[in-house]
Design a protein around this ligand. Structure first.
Ligand SMILES: *Cc1c(COP(=O)(O)O)cnc(C)c1O
Length: 435
């Protein structure tokens, strides 16, 4: 990005440039120093407001600093509530488990036990893979093209992205990659292919411990698995003695429709991984939900120092109580998801489908611009006009909208206006001067 005030900017970022590793990433797309945040907005140090359609990559589904969660946390801290409790029984965990059972699991008749791995999504995926291998005594895992499951070695083996895989510096094994729904076009049912490979003793694919799948591929470019395909994959896994792991780290917690992204499809995964928005406040917390019959862990067999973050338990419980005891949030996600879809369709309709098309589901939808370069220009133009939105997909070609679920419709429209203008000015030839 060219910037007339570059020398000033250099100074503003001096400590980051000097001391923070080159590995930093999002900061490069949005080069300002942020200070505060509220709801759907981030505020830079100089007071400039940005509308946030990135939301911690779906870690902030209820917006920045939601007041109900903030006051619960502030009260807990003020009363000297336990901050770090290893995996000791504590009141914060007790209240969270109770609320999770009453509000989420019981109404959905899901008989899961909850494992608290380390606090990141990758930690949850590692635990899920390890458990599936332990239960089945098999080592192979089936993962899909364009899947993203984190970047620690086990999770990275399941992740498709070449750039991330290359950084492993070693062979990533134990995973067989298969085409996701629609990967070979609409005329090829890739679930049939999976079934064929697992049924043929000479296919060369070892019997898998698990199939790991996202219902909507967040990082992979907003590819959506069809209900029928998901049900078929679940049935195939079962028939071949493999567990079904749904990685609901990005698509879950209301992002697509229900609390879980797989509710609509009637799936009953053996294991579910959750992280990102489960704490509701951006605090680190991950869960592995394990079918009660499959909880074959021995005490302490998979451990960690930061298992279950008490502050995150407090905000997670408050979020469930405030947003999930009734159907109103899910209903508003359906409504706003439809609004998002129709606005994105209107934008796409202005252009040839070979240049612009829409992808995704619910409140994780976006625009495929077929080119990483174009998408990069669009997000940088949008940023100059006050919108933070990121790209995803194998070539970073899909602009991915992840507004907070609680965003007001006006604000949602306002962000989409900025996105539309940015797209028009980058590819529509209706170049306007940047604000
Ligand atoms: C973000 C993400 C992960 C990894 O979570 P981290 O907290 O970054 O380790 C895993 N799976 C999916 C689907 C994700 O979106």
């Amino acid at each position: 990005m060219t910037d007339q005030s570059a020398p000033d900017r250099e100074e503003e970022f001096a400590i980051f440039n000097h001391l923070e590793s080159e590995v930093r990433s999002y900061a490069r797309s949005f080069p300002v120093v942020f200070a505060t945040a509220r709801g759907a907005q981030l505020f830079a140090r100089d007071g400039t407001a940005y509308l946030d359609f990135l939301m911690g990559c779906s870690s902030l589904n209820y917006g920045h600093n939601p007041p109900e969660l903030k006051s619960a946390l502030a009260d807990y801290i003020a009363s000297d509530g336990i901050t770090h409790g290893l995996d000791l029984y504590n009141e914060a965990k007790e209240s969270f488990l109770r609320e999770f059972h009453e509000t989420i699991l019981r109404p959905r008749q899901l008989d899961y036990v909850v494992q608290f791995p380390g606090p990141t999504g990758a930690n949850a995926v590692e635990a899920a893979l390890k458990l599936a291998r332990k239960i089945t005594g098999r080592s192979n895992i089936i993962a899909f093209t364009n899947g993203f499951h984190g970047v620690s070695l086990g999770a990275l083996s399941c992740t498709g992205n070449r750039y991330h895989r290359a950084a492993a510096g070693q062979l990533l094994g134990g995973v067989t990659r298969l085409p996701y729904d629609g990967y070979l076009g609409s005329s090829v049912d890739t679930a049939d292919y999976l079934d064929r490979l697992l049924s043929d003793p000479s296919s060369g694919v070892d019997a898998p411990a698990a199939v790991i799948v996202e219902t909507v591929q967040g990082e992979g470019g907003l590819n959506v698995a069809g209900t029928e395909w998901l049900q078929k994959v679940a049935a195939i896994a079962r028939r071949h003695g493999a567990l079904l792991i749904v990685d609901d780290i990005q698509a879950g917690v209301g992002r697509t429709d229900g609390f879980f992204s797989f509710e609509k499809s009637g799936l009953r995964p053996d294991i579910v991984t959750m992280a990102k928005s489960i704490s509701g406040y951006g605090l680190p917390l991950a869960l592995v939900l394990i079918d009660r019959k499959l909880d074959k862990w021995e005490p302490g067999e998979h451990n960690g120092t930061f298992r279950g973050n008490c502050h995150a338990f407090v905000t997670a419980r408050a979020a469930l109580e405030h947003f999930w005891r009734t159907d109103s949030l899910a209903a508003s996600v359906r409504k706003k998801g439809n609004l998002l879809k129709s606005r994105l369709e209107q934008i796409a309709q202005k252009y040839d489908p070979s240049r612009v098309s829409i992808k995704g589901r619910g409140m994780m939808q976006g625009i495929d611009l077929k080119s990483g370069e174009v998408a990069g220009q669009v997000i940088s133009t949008a940023f100059q006009r006050g919108l933070i939105v990121e790209t995803s997909g194998p070539k970073d070609e899909v602009v991915k909208c992840l507004p907070p679920l609680v965003i007001e419709e006006d604000r949602l429209n306002q962000g989409l206006d900025i996105l539309e203008d940015a797209i028009d000015s980058v590819i529509g030839g209706t170049v306007k001067t940047a604000a």
